[in-house]
Design a protein around this ligand. Structure first.
Ligand code: NAI
Length: 709
């Protein structure tokens, strides 16, 4: 394990700044802590609001991440207020949280870490607490204590597993006081605590202890096949991705409450009848393929999570899909077989979860979702599921670490996880349940995925931004791949990690359409909304129009919508949880303009296709609607100078007067913008339009000739 400390970087830093530096070094190494795990602290003196010198501990606040932590993420706790708690016999989590609020230096500071008392009670100025894979590999074995002693001897204190809280904090502190020479504490199935007189000493100890554990695991595991023989070899990478893209929407549907085969289909209020949706993420890392296809995999999957932290993300166990013939996966029969195996596996999982809940519940807990968050498909890879793409990534990352811990633990001895009761107590920890109730209400389009074509410019880009701002995941597609990548980055920067991807999709190319939809399924598990928007304008009177120009307009403005609509329907039917298709047509469909033959005729074909799709989609609860904009100049590439000149000529005005001409032409006398179209698309995408299909919404300021009828 690398020691990342650099004297030149640390020079000049002290106190809280040095704690920030040290914390970030720890956070940078995913083998030490992942995704907000771990915590660090420093004790010193500060001046309080009345000018008095007080002893203060700065400790990581709950909800921050060591990798990116800043000064403001370390609430200050007055030690004179905290230390008297050490004499108590017991304290509930709620009491502890409420008490700590009174000890804060700054009212309104972030809530201090759940492990604040542990840091406070241990009389050391600098403390690091990590959940390092290497330490877990030692503790999560049949004979964990012996291995810890073999590595550290008297230098480490062993603390048997206990859920974090007051009692664990006291136990650790008492043990440290009893063993003043010890250099660290190893918490069974939890992690490591190190300390030092200086920030450097504490960090060095963290790295040293982990390196020693790694060396031990390496030596013990040498020559051993930790997961036994390979029972199933992975498919080649393109085949794995193709299979995963086919099964992901099916799995997403099941996890989102689609009735499984044999169950009565939900009736009634459309989308409202479906359960809470999830998004998925595909991962075919070598470690995943190796583990999922191994001899020991099925048994180890039942063993459970490595730590309480892992559990809260990955749930008690993954689903390892079994009972299908992986060598046939690329055939239609093989795929159908795999889907049956997935469905059967999920039902079995849910039944097991039910039992686990009933056996351990006190009767007062609400049962949480009974489905897995990690689904392993031997030969193919892993699909992780949760409320958004950030969380599916975190679950995947954590499962990689779980595999790493299992591999090393199997090399050392035999992997052991939290017991069933311990698992339940963490999963249904009142503090965690309480946190769930505090979560802000989800946005309109949370847990949804929208694919938008022609998203690099004008209306498509505005729609993508608007849907994203309402919580949706965005697959932004265009032939301008740079444009959609930039848009995806912009959306992710504003709305959150992984909330958008940018893909090349040429609506005239069948293979390109299929490939982009596959990518969408791998990134998010499927789709809920498709905005078929890409379009080009062509201006010419019919008698002077070339066949090529006519066909080009039809390729993009008609056939393009067919290819996109067809692929969308296939995925939405596979998912079985409904969906919304939105076609951006034009005012020209209802009120065609002179010299716009190729464009208007193709847009009319698009509209008719959308209506037929609305008829066909009804039984699948797929709603299909149309938006008719007119004269949107803002950001639009459609209004090239040639098109402007032609349209100006057709209307008998000068090109620079065109925007004003269109404004005056509509009933409301307004300029219509791309955002206005985006608002209409948002309504059609959301459940607020759940009872609307086969409809045309105009966004044209009101053009009498173009009233839908
Ligand atoms: P735009 O030109 O700004 O954007 C269209 C996007 O489609 C561009 O990014 C372009 O690269 C992309 N595109 C073109 N061919 C493609 C292909 N083969 N595959 C994938 N992407 C392709 O145009 P704007 O104004 O945003 O128009 C969007 C839609 O709105 C079009 O369908 C258009 O017909 C329709 N519309 C626009 C009106 C306006 O006044 N701007 C009025 C009525 C309808």
């Amino acid at each position: 394990m690398d020691n990342l400390w650099r004297d030149d970087e640390a020079a000049g830093l002290e106190g809280l700044d040095l704690l920030v530096y040290r914390s970030r070094l720890i956070g940078r190494d995913a083998n030490l802590v992942v995704w907000g795990g771990g915590n660090t602290s420093i004790k010193g003196t500060e001046i309080d609001f009345r000018g008095r010198e007080v002893r203060v501990m700065r400790i990581k606040g709950s909800g921050s991440d060591l990798r990116t932590i800043e000064r403001k993420h370390f609430p200050g706790i007055r030690l004179d207020d905290l230390e008297p708690l050490y004499d108590r016999e017991a304290m509930s989590d709620d009491e502890m949280v409420a008490y700590l609020v009174h000890c804060l230096m700054e009212p309104g500071a972030p809530r201090p870490s759940i492990e604040t008392l542990l840091h406070g009670f241990v009389p050391r100025p600098h403390i690091d607490h990590t959940h390092a894979d290497a330490i877990l590999a030692l503790t999560n074995t049949a004979d964990g204590r012996r291995h810890v002693e073999a590595v550290y001897g008297q230098e480490a204190i062993w603390i048997p597993y206990r859920r974090p809280g007051f009692v664990l904090s006291r136990e650790v502190a008492e043990a440290v006081r009893r063993h003043p020479k010890a250099r660290c504490v190893v918490l069974e199935k939890h992690g490591l605590i190190t300390w030092g007189q200086s920030a450097r000493e504490s960090y060095d100890a963290t790295i040293e202890m982990n390196s020693r554990a790694e060396e031990y695991a390496r030596a013990k595991g040498k020559g051993k096949a930790a997961f036994g023989a390979a029972a199933r070899r992975p498919l080649p990478a393109p085949a794995r991705r193709a299979v995963a893209a086919r099964v992901a929407p099916f799995l997403r549907g099941l996890l989102s409450g689609r009735p499984h085969s044999g169950e009565e289909p939900a009736t009634g209020d459309g989308a409202a009848a479906v359960g809470q949706r999830v998004v998925l993420r595909f991962d075919d890392g070598e470690d995943v393929l190796d583990f999922a296809g191994s001899e020991a995999g099925p048994q180890l999957c039942l063993a459970g999570p490595a730590t309480p932290d892992h559990l809260l993300y990955t749930k008690p166990r993954p689903l390892l899909v079994a009972g299908h013939a992986p060598e046939d996966l690329e055939t239609a029969a093989g795929l159908a077989d795999l889907k049956r195996a997935i469905e059967a596996g999920l039902l079995k999982y849910a039944a097991w979860y039910d039992l686990y809940f009933k056996k351990n519940s006190t009767g007062s807990e609400p049962r949480l979702d009974p489905f897995p968050r990690v689904v392993l498909i031997p030969g193919v890879g892993m699909l992780t599921a949760w409320k958004d793409a950030r969380h599916t990534r975190i679950v995947a990352d954590i499962y990689h670490h779980t595999i790493r811990v299992m591999r090393a633990a199997q090399g050392i001895g035999e992997y052991r996880s939290l017991g069933v009761k311990e698992t339940f107590d963490v999963e249904y920890w009142p503090m965690e349940l309480y946190k769930l109730t505090l979560a802000p209400p989800e946005q309109d389009l949370a847990r949804r995925v929208a694919l938008v074509t022609g998203a690099a410019s004008g209306i498509g880009r505005a729609v993508a931004r608007r849907l994203a701002a309402s919580g949706c995941h965005i697959v932004a597609t265009d032939i301008d791949v740079e444009g959609v990548r930039a848009l995806a980055e912009e959306i992710a920067a504003r709305e959150g990690m992984d909330r958008a991807i940018g893909l090349r999709l040429d609506v005239t190319d069948e293979a390109s359409v299929k490939a982009a939809f596959e990518e969408a399924s791998l990134a998010y598990g499927g789709l809920d909304v498709v905005v078929s928007n890409a379009g080009i304008a062509h201006v010419s009177p019919v008698d002077r129009m070339s066949l090529r120009d006519w066909q080009r307009s039809f390729d993009v403005n008609a056939t393009g919508h067919f290819l996109v609509g067809r692929e969308a329907m296939r995925i939405l039917e596979e998912q079985g949880i409904g969906g919304s298709l939105i076609f951006v047509a034009s005012k020209n469909v209802l009120a065609p303009g002179k010299d716009f033959g190729a464009y208007s005729a193709a847009k009319a074909a698009e509209t008719q296709l959308a209506r037929v799709l609305a008829i066909e989609g009804g039984e699948h609860r797929v709603r299909v609607n149309i938006v008719n904009p007119d004269a949107i100049f803002q950001d639009s590439g459609l209004w090239s100078s040639a098109v402007r000149e032609e349209r100006a000529r057709a209307h008998g005005v000068r090109p620079e007067e065109l925007e004003e001409f269109y404004r005056r032409r509509n009933l409301l006398q307004v300029r219509v913008g791309a955002e206005d179209v985006a608002e209409a698309a948002l309504w059609l995408a959301s459940d607020r339009s759940a009872k609307t299909t086969g409809c045309i919404i105009t966004t044209d300021g009101g053009v009498r000739e173009a009233f839908p009828r």
